[in-house]
Design a protein around this ligand. Structure first.
Ligand code: HEM
Length: 340
């Protein structure tokens, strides 16, 4: 057996870069999926993200060796690579801070908001880095040995996830009380918006809700809605990392739209232009709320009316609703996350 064969490193630079790229792709995909999860049955998606994220951590020691060697070459683009490394380390640290609950805000910004922001800002640099330093997959990579290594890394990350949850719970860290989405409880809903929605000035006396179905358009006043009101308890869970369970009072959408006919979806439109499309089968569970905890909605909370969509994340809970419209458009005909 010659000296060269026994000295081969455990993880080649190419193997390390491929493993890290795969782990990051899993972390991004599961992270994005976790933003869409609002019902308790989806708890495993956030856990899968935790495991994928710990896979990134497991590859870091090997990647550090690659980085140190790379930095010795003093490439012109070294600065960009260091910015990317910084963003990914910030993503990891804010993710871990969120799970432990040891840091909840930085400069009054929620830790999960910062986590997702750092992850998203890193995307263009990550794409550039992967294209500028291509780690090509070879046929020989698709071996039993690679499968065993991937399996071992996967097992380490799942064990790491279990271990970190036990540690957080065992030490009684604040993160132990977080929801399956990673969000933490707040006493009253925080006035956040999906992108940059601003509260429109609405005069409650002249405001009318437009309800559009096969029969045409009806316009309902606040007083008419009050006459149909009912109260429900529901949890608003915002993707920026907080949740609040409240008593919402308003009108069931099944009451406002008793006959859906052949419609396939409901468009819920806001005075800001923001809108979501929901399947008509959801109508019975949806409420158009005009008050929360017994008080009329505040301007920043969607006055005069907002959607209450139990089991869905906050970006579905449209604020400042001005129109409900049944439509033949299928409910899946929308972008995964609202773009306006
Ligand atoms: C769109 C992108 C992403 C979203 C929406 C996202 C979202 C989340 C959420 C909601 C949590 C909290 C999970 C919980 O409380 O159990 C979390 C944790 C975490 N995330 Fe992300 N994440 C994203 C991308 C990433 C990326 C790219 C990385 C790795 C570089 C990462 C690393 C982590 C880590 C290390 C944790 C803590 C995991 C644990 O200990 O359970 N995330 N992320």
């Amino acid at each position: 057996m010659d000296a060269h064969r026994t000295a081969r490193p455990r993880f080649t630079a190419r193997g390390t870069n491929l493993a890290l790229l795969a782990a990051l792709l899993l972390a991004y995909l599961s992270g994005a999926a976790s933003e869409a999860v609002g019902a308790p049955g989806g708890w495993w998606v956030t856990s899968a993200h935790g495991a994928a994220a710990l896979l990134v951590v497991a590859v870091l020691p090997a990647k550090r060796r690659v980085v140190v060697r790379g930095l010795r070459r003093a490439r012109a683009t070294r600065g960009l690579s260091l910015v990317l490394a910084g963003l990914l380390v910030a993503t990891l640290l804010t993710g871990l801070a969120s799970v432990t609950g040891l840091v909840r805000t930085v400069a009054s910004l929620g830790i999960l908001w910062l986590h997702v922001a750092a992850a998203l800002v890193a995307v263009p640099l990550l794409v550039w880095h992967a294209l500028a330093r291509p780690a090509r997959l070879r046929r020989t990579d698709l071996s039993r040995r690679t499968a065993l290594r991937a399996g071992a890394l996967g097992a380490v990350s799942v064990a790491g996830l279990g271990g970190s949850e036990l540690l957080v719970a065992g030490l009684g860290l604040p993160g132990a009380t977080r929801r399956f989405t990673g969000s933490v409880e707040v006493p009253t809903p925080t006035p956040t918006s999906w992108l940059d929605d601003r509260a429109p000035a609405v005069d409650g006396a002249t405001w009318r809700l437009r309800v559009v179905d096969a029969e045409g358009t009806r316009r309902l006043s606040l007083a008419e809605l009050a006459g149909l009101a009912t109260t429900r308890r529901a949890t608003l869970d915002c993707t920026s990392g907080w949740y609040s369970e409240q008593e919402w009072t308003g009108v069931s959408l099944a009451t406002l739209l008793p006959d859906v006919g052949t419609a396939r979806s409901l468009l819920v439109h806001s005075a800001t232009g923001y809108s979501v499309r929901l399947p008509v089968t959801d109508l019975g569970g949806l409420l158009l709320a005009t008050s929360v905890a017994g008080e009329p909605l505040g301007a920043l909370h969607g006055y005069p009316a907002r959607l209450v969509a139990p089991g869905r994340r906050g970006f579905w809970w449209v604020k400042w609703v001005d129109r409900l419209e049944l439509s033949a458009t299928p409910a899946w005909w929308r972008s995964p996350f609202p773009l306006t």
